[in-house]
Design a protein around this ligand. Sequence first.
Ligand code: ADP
Length: 391
Amino acid sequence: MKRGDQAILTEIAESGLGAWDAKPFLEKVAAIAPSVIYIFNQKTQSNEYSNRGLAETLGYSSAEVQEMGATLMPRLLHPDDGMALMQYFDRVRALNDGEMLQFEYRMRHADGHWVWLLSNDTVFERDSDGSVLRHIGTATDISMQKRAEAVALAEKQAADTANEELRSFAYSISHDMKSPSNTMSLILSELRETQGAKLDADGQELIELGLQTAARMQTLIEDVLHYTRVVGDEVAKEDVDLAMLLSEILVDMQGDIKDFSAVVEVGELPIVFGSRMQLRILFSNLIANALKYHRPGVPPHVKVSDTTDATSSDLSISVEDNGIGIPDGAHEKIFTIFKRLHLQDEVPGSGLGLAICKRVMMSHGGRLNLRSKQGEGSVFTAHFPRKGTTL
Ligand code: ADP
């Protein structure tokens, strides 16, 4: 920090101080200042002057401080701060006149506890060879602020740990449930295949119901697994060619596209800096919804396109459909975990898809917007910060 000496002199002159004798003024300031004020000799490495603030802050009498003399710093400084203080003094010795430096460190109070201090130092006097002989500084007790910072950090670490435990718990449960639910599906399919003919209509309906329930369970497990992959840890990012990614996604979704007699158009798409795995989840979910929530009797028509506004710093990719649309009042709620606008019997789903998409965009430093009117289709737009501006 640099503050011109001229500016300080002007300030003093304007305040009228110039008309007074500076010595008693400074003595009074040193006596009443709530901070510690000191002059430190760099040659002898000792405090040559300190106001009563030092004694008060550290719980010693002025006489005890006097008596400690040059041994004060080595005796009271926290051992872990010794090295940093030496390096700080090197920087103080390199200061130009009028410049200021700051340093945080701990000193032992007379009752044994550690006091956090913040020092502001500037050159006070130089030797005939120009090297810094003395520096003057103030030290402020910042223990309360440090304690608050430590509490906030501990709370954040505890919350991160709890979130991580929850995430890995959800991951391992859903991962372990995947295999038995797949097996259950296979058994029911086998039962329908081999024994279906022997069952009456009620028996066959029960098997169908079992198969639908198993399919629902598989979707939920898959979505929870996806969710655990988009929360928590920072994911590795790379340049992802969206055109290539979309063509891979459409190959995987060919069955659904055919079943819905849908048309999916993909325009020219840019390269986005992101997580390939998460972007795959994002666009798969948006396209799956665009197919699922189609108007009765109207085949889905989905357009994936680059809708970047040339004046914006974002890259925008939209997924537009001609489906049932979303009522105004539900635009926010559908991004919440497990919030659905449909009954399971009408359109199956877990209610996790859009919550996952929103997390994906958060972890890319971007956002997911929705434009939609009930009955008039929907446009979901993913806004990505351009590479280099990514968080
Ligand atoms: P899911 O599809 O599993 O229910 P989502 O989180 O993907 O869960 O979506 C939440 C709700 O938002 C859906 O239940 C549906 O009501 C609505 N929704 C999502 N996408 C669309 C869309 N393209 N068109 C109309 N409604 C949609």
